[in-house]
Design a protein around this ligand. Structure first.
Ligand code: BV8
Length: 256
């Protein structure tokens, strides 16, 4: 039996008008925007070999010091899931949004590279990128190394272990990402928080900083978060359904 398509979503006219005339928009994304691409979010229980571990316990320098092989293999497992996934309609709709807004910034907490694959350009990788590897000692990106079969592989210049170029819990966000993010938030007119539980700092402070500058705050999430009570517009549901329809409503002449 064919399913009857869900009725189109209705959006508040003030939100539609404000986005249509906006010049400076910041979007913050979290793991939720990639969930419809088949990538488990941080809060979801892990599966398979990793069921016994919490992501927060593996994404730390201590875990890597204690068991570098385990942490490297966890990231290899995640890279494999991501390599077999693709951007979903939410990622693609954000590319259209970027094309319409003169001063647009996409701050992502995700390390899955799906915004880049989708074609987004002005991206701040707040927590790094799982497909980049760096030396755990020199802290510089390493593109190629000798595959001796040892796990993790070692840095070709100093022989220390290589690690993913991501920001672990207890590690500082890069100065470049932090200052670029705060600069974009200082004067944005609209701040859209998508698919993040708003629990991880300092990313979670970005929407609150936007509110201090009278930005309009929009939250798109499946469930309420600590940010929800401060949002001007709460669009509850799947980001892969909401964002494409919102963009189509604001700019109806755009190619679907
Ligand atoms: C820092 C990269 C200064 C790695 C990530 C004690 C000691 C040390 C530090 C701290 C401490 N206490 C607090 C801190 C600070 C700590 C922190 O915030 N901890 C939390 C857990 C309390 N932060 C840090 O350590 C940061 N650095 O503070 O430096 C410092 C230094 C030393 C000592 C003190 C301070 C660095 C944090 C960066 C961590 N790295 N990622 C990797 O990916 O492997 S964070 C990781 O969690 C991911 O990036 C992920 O994005 C992020 C947050 O999760 P979310 O994205 O929000 O995802 P989540 O699963 O939580 O939620 C998904 C949401 O989507 C849900 O709300 C769900 O409803 C929704 N959703 C699901 N599906 C959909 C959807 N919505 C719409 N549509 C759908 N289809």
């Amino acid at each position: 039996m064919t399913e009857t398509p869900a009725p189109p979503l209705i959006f508040p006219s003030e939100l539609v008008q404000t986005l249509r005339s906006a010049h400076r928009v910041v979007v913050l994304t979290g793991a939720g925007i990639s969930a419809e691409s088949g990538i488990p979010t941080f809060r979801q229980a892990q599966t398979g070999l990793w069921t016994q571990y919490r992501a927060e316990d593996l994404a730390t320098p201590e875990a890597f010091r204690k068991n570098p092989r385990l942490v490297w293999e966890w990231y290899a497992w995640r890279r494999n899931i991501i390599a077999n996934s693709k951007p979903n309609p939410a990622h693609l709709a954000l590319v259209k949004l970027e094309d319409q807004i003169p001063n647009f910034t996409l701050i992502t907490q995700n390390v899955d590279n799906l915004h880049q694959t989708a074609g987004s350009r002005k991206i701040i990788e707040f927590h790094g990128n799982i497909f980049r590897t760096k030396c755990s000692n020199e802290n510089r990106v390493v593109e190629t190394w000798f595959d001796t079969g040892e796990v993790p592989p070692r840095c070709p210049s100093c022989n220390h272990f290589l690690r993913p170029d991501v920001v672990w819990f207890g590690e500082l966000i890069s100065e470049a990402a932090l200052s670029a993010a705060f600069r974009s938030v200082q004067d944005c007119q609209v701040f859209i928080s998508i698919g993040t539980s708003g629990l991880v700092e300092p990313a979670a402070s970005l929407p609150r900083l936007a509110l201090q500058h009278e930005s309009l705050l929009v939250e798109i999430n499946l469930e309420p978060t600590p940010l929800t009570h401060q949002a001007d517009f709460i669009l509850q549901g799947l980001s892969g359904r909401i964002i494409p329809q919102l963009i189509a409503k604001v700019w109806p002449d755009l190619q679907p």
